[in-house]
Design a protein around this ligand. Structure first.
Ligand code: 13P
Length: 287
């Protein structure tokens, strides 16, 4: 059964580790992530962007697929199904479809409007026992066609949103979605520290988990990050493994057109990437 992310993040915060949010794009990715979490006794959050939800045939399809896998694959570790960077309207669509967690990304609204909309969603999510992630300060880079400039959030604005009773808070601290440019300045730990001081026990979320050096990840966890999002790194390892398999001509062996064989190397590559991240985040054995 899907669970809210609240309890797993509170435990992560208390235990000084982070739970990984891995974004899903299709059945193979979902299965790879769920099996890796189960094999490593780790809690996990499956992230679904609006674009990925549409690609997979709509939110209800995603809920059906994930719930089916939890049952058929015997997944017993805590799993949350979470809308990633949702608009206000899509948060409601996902709640209706059976997601156990949503992110309302109101970072592009003036802070007053972000507060107003987040406040309404806090009430709805509380009533239904779902977790809610809010965002302050846009995360840089490009994700699903949405381009953000990347900025450091204002700690006072973070406090205003945290005080509304959200479950977790994503705050821009110089992080970027996708690959980091050569001249990236790194994470602003000063901002992170100031935000955490003002938001108390609020689990903080680090987006753009791809390509952040291990020491920065560990420092971010020590300063209050309890959830780390990874998407691009799974895409890169999936693409690389598939390309190698095809270039080696292995796809021509056997029948030569079996989709299950074609996708198998990418599936294994995602499993390896997810396990590596879970090790780095410290969530292995915590379920
Ligand atoms: P990356 O694509 O950089 O791993 O970021 C993922 C993310 O933050 C999803 O919200």
């Amino acid at each position: 059964m899907l669970v809210s992310a609240k309890e797993m993040l509170e435990k992560a915060k208390a235990g000084h580790y982070a739970v990984g949010q891995f974004n899903i794009n299709n059945l193979e990715w979902t299965k790879a992530i769920l099996l890796t979490a189960q094999e490593n006794k780790s809690p996990v959050i499956l992230g679904v962007s609006e674009g990925a939800g549409k690609y997979m045939g709509g939110y209800t399809t995603v809920v059906g697929m994930v719930n089916g896998m939890l049952k058929e694959l015997g997944i017993t570790v805590p799993v949350a199904l979470h809308l990633d960077h949702g608009s206000y309207e899509h948060c409601y669509k996902c709640i209706e479809a059976g997601f156990s967690s949503v992110m309302f990304d109101g970072s592009h609204y003036p802070i007053e409007e972000n507060v107003e909309k987040t406040k309404e969603l806090v009430k709805v999510c509380n009533d239904k026992g779902l977790s809610l992630e809010a965002e302050v300060g846009s995360i840089g880079g490009e994700e699903d066609g949405v381009v953000g400039m990347g900025e450091c959030a204002d700690p006072q604005e973070c406090k205003a949103i945290a005080d509304l009773g959200v479950t977790m808070l994503a705050a821009g601290i110089g992080n970027i979605h996708g690959k980091y440019p050569e001249n990236w300045a790194g994470l602003s730990f000063e901002t992170l520290d100031n935000i955490q001081k003002l938001t108390g026990d609020m689990p903080l979320v680090l987006h753009g988990g791809t390509g952040i050096p291990a020491d920065m990840i560990q420092k971010a966890i020590s300063l209050g990050v309890a959830k780390i999002n990874v998407n691009t790194e799974c895409q890169l390892s999936f693409a690389e493994a598939t390309r190698k398999y095809i270039e080696a001509g292995k796809d021509k062996e056997g029948k030569g057109f079996d989709p299950r064989k074609l996708l198998a190397p990418g599936f294994e590559a995602i499993k390896a990437t997810v396990k590596e991240k879970m090790e780095l985040f410290g969530s292995i054995g915590k379920a």
